[in-house]
Design a binder for this molecule. Sequence first.
Ligand code: R5P
Length: 293
Amino acid sequence: MMLVVAGPASPMLSERISELLEADLVNVEWKLFPDGESYIRLPRDLKGERVIVVQSNPPPQDKRLMELFLMLNLVRDLGASEVFAVVPYLAYMRQDKRFRSGEPVSIGVVAKLLECVGVDAVVLVDAHSKAVLEHFDVDVIEVSAMPLIGDFLAKMKLSNPFVLAPDFKAYSMIKVVAQRLGAPCDYLMKVRDKVTGEVETIFKEVDVKGREVIIVDDIISTGGTIANATKISLDLGAKCVYASCTHALMVGNAFNKLKRAGVREVIGTDTIENKFSKVSVAPAIAHALKRAL
Ligand code: R5P
């Protein structure tokens, strides 16, 4: 028997995964105690079952992580025979090394905690870097949303699309989007101030004149990276600009920032469930789980 446990942050994605796996679905009961502590309850017997806990970590990340730890440990404690943690967006993965002396390698701490609570394997979607995966001792299955984003964009029937990576790191990841669209692609170069977090994008001639530019990244957080790339694209004569990413965190006034910069539409996935979740990563996750189970 296989059971999908839907965490508070991922109800829709959990349902889609359970449908594709033809597995039972159960939603955890959850609330906050008056002092802010997390409470969860799983009103179901699961002894001997293979359990897939689905819980993304968008803000408030620490709360989402704590709920995840409680759920994973609970299903193990209640007798699950195997425990998979599907964490579509894993918090702290951008702190995958010590950028400045005195900093923690935060993702290493999160990986250790996940292992401590009793997972057999972890499924991630578009991890921020390969270094993230190296912090785990248990099996990590990484799936990418990029082919699905490419297929979604292809259905939009843009007449002359161009796929642009806002920094070099994103370039290898977004090539599959360009392939699915049959479009050319290129990248910009970005520098981030390690202290303030401000990003600067270096101007570069890219052949976007008269084209529909789709800027694709793994994460949109404050929107600064995409806003810079949008301005450059429009200055170079792009017809219009779309922004797409796997994890649309869209914190604070990110959406207004992108609108002001000239972005026509933001296309994210259901790794983060919000109004930008237009592409579901459930098929990619279900496919990976079917192979692993
Ligand atoms: C960082 O390298 C990531 O790939 C994204 O480019 C970054 O997280 C985007 O952040 P923001 O939207 O705040 O510029």
